[in-house]
Design a protein around this ligand. Structure first.
Ligand code: NFS
Length: 641
């Protein structure tokens, strides 16, 4: 049964111990049973694209070096990676499409359960699409914006317009490289075409298409998801909340939302405050309803409603291990099928909602945006009805939870850094130019059982802020940082370098800024664009003293993100390498040569502190190229030249 997780937060340790004592199989057990994992798969050199195979390349050079068709390790590894990018881009972008459909519905139907909450944002997006706003009804504008966004997925000619919001120099570079995305779906389809048997065999050419699809994700599908979510659900503003399993209550109906799309979770967040439902919960003997979230949908409703985070990806089963979850409702992505057997050990009802994501034997209440409130009510009523089935003897809720501040956006965050008088990136740029800040880093992404529990995230983030590097975070890294108290302003005094501390003290922000869910990495792209536009730090994103990292990545979505970040010109660090180490040429291309093309590159480093140092070295290299002033305060990490 699951080993002891030394680095884990106390709540997780307690639940993992419980699972082990009660012989309930969870993710770490399944991970153990899977060892040793397939070496060919890890190295990216097995191919099952056609039925002459499956083929595998001998990594030691003694056995076969090409598959039955003649594809070598470079072609096979590149094709496998490209297909991961296609999977990840498809997931983010389909989410974006769903939000666009919901906006269209809201625009057309005045009785719709969704309303336009941020008109200013809607008009800003209308401007990107050259949609007239003056003297027009808001619903008319919304309709045109939704249609323009939907057009981004399947247009036959042209370019993804949302991507034209990147810095001009970047767009020119993308066009020159032939990687400016045309339409979001088209780039995903073209990956599938090119990587089918007997099409593209040039590994660099395959990766180029991978980058094109990834850009269609980051600067297209994900950005549409973020922007239109702000329009429909409201742009987030910094707020306080809590994180970790201790947010569940012994005396309330506990409902967990898990997955990604706010079309479901946002409505549940609103309906969960309905007086009639709360009264119904009381009739069943509960004191009320507690709603909490897992994974990125948690980040969405945290930022907009202050709903607490129950936990990260690795805590989905652990939440059930409390015996206090009356219902867990899931939509799409990062939902482990293993949840169903854990749910069966307790009274917990697991409910799937998306026609795209069912689990055999699990209750399905299909969610339709047309009946959003009705279905959300039905889901919450199911939870309330299940409350009396809770066995109090089986309830064990860990006490631990942490305070946090979340809800920064590209627009709001630097209202803070800009001070009281005007929203501007100037003070941020100046802080970097004068050496108060070394630079900025985005640390994002999943947690993975192939790491000591979330150690990769925490050690890296602490090392970065210690060295005066402002960290922005999204996804499960954000949840992990929250659990470890890094999203509190006080964290600056405990962990940050002197320069970063001064900034945090002056403007009252934490040293690690929560910018949302994984699709909200598009907010980070906007932040980078705004820093370039503010001036003084070069002409392009690739000039900036910044770096990105997903230390414990696991999802294909993380691969897509990494590729759009590299294509955007950013040094990108991950822990375990991409599954392509069986191809020396591809490795050299992605970690070295690609920098000459996009200005960004990949780096792999398992030790999180060493990984942070490599990021800092890169940041220093960029500072040097920009001839910035030396750092104002002594730095804990000084790279040796
Ligand atoms: Ni991102 Fe969100 Fe978490 Fe990883 Fe999954 S929840 S979209 S993929 S595991 S950060």
């Amino acid at each position: 049964m699951a080993k002891e997780l030394k680095y884990a937060d106390k709540a997780s340790q307690e639940m993992v111990k419980r699972a082990s004592e009660e012989n309930i199989e969870i993710v770490w057990d399944r991970y153990e049973t899977m060892q040793p994992q397939c070496g060919f798969g890890s190295l990216g050199i097995c191919c099952k694209i056609c039925n002459m195979g499956p083929c595998r390349i001998d990594p030691f050079g003694e056995g076969p070096q090409v598959g039955v068709c003649g594809a070598n390790a470079d072609t096979i590894a590149a094709r496998n990676i490209a297909r991961m990018i296609a999977g990840g881009s498809a997931a983010h972008s389909d989410h974006g499409r769903d939000i666009a459909h919901t906006l269209l519905m809201a625009a057309k139907d005045p009785n719709c359960d969704y309303k336009i909450k941020d008109e200013e944002k809607l008009k800003a997006i209308a401007a990107i699409y050259n949609i007239k706003t003056e003297g027009r009804e808001i619903n008319e504008i919304a309709k045109d914006v939704a249609l323009a966004a939907l057009e981004e997925f399947g247009r036959s000619e042209g370019e993804v317009k949302m991507a034209s919001t990147a810095p001009k120099t970047r767009i020119k570079l993308w066009r020159g490289l032939g990687i400016m995305p045309r339409a979001i779906d088209r780039e995903v389809v073209e990956i599938m075409h090119r990587t089918t048997m007997g099409v593209d065999a040039d590994y660099k050419n395959i990766i180029k298409q991978g980058m094109r699809a990834a850009l269609g994700d980051g600067w297209g599908g994900s950005m549409i998801a973020t922007e239109l979510s702000d329009v429909l659900f409201g742009s987030p503003n910094p707020l306080r909340s809590k994180a970790n399993l201790g947010v569940l209550q012994e005396d309330t109906v506990n409902v967990i939302v898990h997955g990604h799309e706010p079309t479901l979770s946002d409505i549940i967040a609103i309906v969960s405050r309905d007086e009639k439902l709360i009264a119904k919960a009381k009739e069943k003997g509960a004191k009320g309803i507690t709603l909490a979230g897992i994974c990125c949908t948690a980040n969405e409703i945290l930022m907009r409603h202050g709903i607490p985070l129950a936990g990260s990806f690795l805590q989905q089963e652990l939440a059930m291990m409390t015996g206090a979850v009356d219902l867990m409702v899931v939509d799409v992505q990062c939902v482990m099928p293993g949840l169903s057997s854990v749910a069966n050990c307790f009274h917990t009802k697991l409910v799937t909602t998306s026609p795209k994501a069912k689990i055999l034997g699990v209750d399905h209440i299909e969610f339709r945006e047309e009946d959003a409130v009705k279905i959300a009510t039905q889901i919450l009523e199911t939870a309330i009805d299940n409350f009396p089935n809770r066995n109090s003897k089986k309830v064990q809720i860990p006490k631990d939870s942490e305070q946090l501040i979340a809800g920064f956006t590209a627009e709001s965050v630097f209202n803070f850094l800009g001070g009281k008088y005007r929203a501007t990136y100037r003070p941020l740029n100046d802080a970097i130019i004068t050496g108060r800040l070394r630079g900025a880093a985005a640390v994002i992404g999943c947690s993975n059982p192939n790491f000591e529990y979330e150690e990769g995230h925490i050690k890296m983030v602490k090392e970065l802020i210690k060295n005066d590097t402002l960290v922005v975070t999204t996804g499960c890294n954000a949840v992990t940082c929250a659990k470890h108290g890094l999203l509190k302003p006080e964290a600056a005094f405990e962990y940050a370098g002197k320069g970063l501390q001064e900034i945090c003290r002056t403007v009252g922000i934490p040293p690690v800024l929560h910018l949302g869910s994984c699709v909200d990495n598009s907010r980070i792209l906007r932040v980078l664009t705004n820093i370039v536009a503010e001036g003084g730090l070069g002409d392009d994103i690739s000039d900036l003293p910044v770096a990105g990292a997903a230390p414990e990545w696991m999802s294909e979505k993380a691969v897509a993100i990494g590729f759009y970040v590299v294509a955007t010109g950013v040094y990108t660090m991950i822990g375990h390498p991409l599954p392509m180490m069986g191809s020396k040429n591809l490795y050299k291309y992605l970690t070295e040569e690609i920098e000459k093309e996009t200005g960004g590159k990949w780096a792999f480093e398992l030790d999180p502190v060493e990984a942070a140092h490599k990021m800092l070295k890169h940041i220093d290299k960029k500072r040097k190229a920009l001839k910035l002033k030396p750092m104002m305060y002594e730095q804990a990490f000084k790279p040796q030249e």
